[in-house]
Design a protein around this ligand. Structure first.
Ligand code: CAA
Length: 284
């Protein structure tokens, strides 16, 4: 089992920045890459704010916050990933985009490097097949918000080695997370269960069964969910929710996974949830 010291995180969106933070807090040297420089500076500011917040709440010392921050370096060039023991990609949830990136990383990274994907539903086996190292490709699926949620769903592609699985499970534990092993089928476990619930919540609004607030209220007050499914969809991103439903629908060929037309409309309108300022709710 390898020890992971150098981690490259590709994609500095909400998931990538959270992953960079927990990796740095686990003692890893982290390179955070994004094709858009603006996203990196936003992510670094967010990471700084999270660390400051944790210090203010007495969770960590100022010294350990500074040390964690000092372990994160921005990398404008993907080639900087060449020295990584592990690359975690957290780019957009699209098979062609992720395949192109993994093929590129396969050429850039050293032979022993592990390539992990934070995909929330796509086939790891298919992603791994574009590389010359399918045994070293694995799913490392973090939950949003990454610093808060305890789970890392670890997905083994058909050819992922036991040794790589053990290395990644150990790293997740170093990050203060609980790794749970799942096999490579559409939506894995998390989104095979969560996303149809969210989609059904959208259907109840679409069919006029109840208002957005009432649907969320039923699930919060009646089922003790920390937030309603529509507020959660806004947090995840409606485009991501739609992409996951499409993957389930296509992967299982079962009409029970058909995405709600209202979800499609929101995405078409650019109402993507919190990140765009408007989803089922409006945000500042
Ligand atoms: N980043 C970092 N920390 C955050 C945060 C964020 N974006 N949002 C909230 N927090 C922290 C707060 O700072 C607070 O920390 P303290 O306890 O130290 O004060 C703590 O979380 C609780 O936050 P709040 O008091 O503001 O609000 P809350 O109690 O309602 O919790 C929540 C917010 C943690 C998001 C909670 O509502 C929750 O657990 N919601 C469900 C989230 C969920 O289901 N995530 C999984 C989504 S699925 C996914 O990610 C996978 C996928 O593939 C789609």
């Amino acid at each position: 089992m390898a020890d992971i010291h150098h981690v490259s995180v590709v994609g500095a969106g909400q998931m990538g920045s959270g992953i960079a933070l927990v990796a740095a807090q686990a003692g890893c040297q982290v390179l955070l890459h994004d094709a858009e420089a603006g996203r990196i500076s936003k992510a670094l500011a967010q990471i700084g704010m999270q660390l400051t917040g944790s210090v203010a709440k007495g969770r960590i010392t100022e010294e350990s916050a500074m040390q964690a921050l000092g372990r994160i370096t921005a990398a404008a060039d993907l080639e900087a990933a060449s020295g990584a023991d592990l690359v975690i990609e957290a780019v957009t949830e699209s098979m062609p985009v992720k395949k192109a990136l993994l093929a590129k990383l396969d050429g850039i990274c050293g032979q022993g490097a592990i390539l992990a994907s934070n995909t929330s539903s796509l086939s790891l086996t298919e992603l791994a097949a574009v590389t010359g190292r399918p045994e070293q490709v694995i799913g490392m699926h973090f939950m949003n918000p990454v610093p808060v949620m305890k789970l890392v769903e670890i997905i083994r592609g058909l050819r992922t080695s036991d040794d790589v699985y053990a290395t990644i499970a150990k790293l997740a534990e170093r990050m203060g997370k609980t790794p749970l092993e799942v096999r490579d089928f559409p939506g894995f476990v998390s989104n095979r269960i969560l996303m149809p619930m969210i989609n059904e919540a959208v259907y109840t609004v679409y069919e006029g069964v109840a208002s957005i607030e009432a649907v969320d209220g039923v699930m919060k007050l009646g089922m003790n969910h920390p937030m309603g499914p529509l507020a959660l969809a806004d947090l995840i991103g409606l485009d991501t929710c739609l992409a996951i439903m499409e993957t389930l629908h296509e992967g299982f060929g079962d009409s029970k996974y058909r995405p709600c037309p209202l979800l499609r409309n929101y995405v078409a309108a650019g109402w993507l949830g919190r990140k765009s300022g408007r989803g089922f709710y409006a945000y500042e």
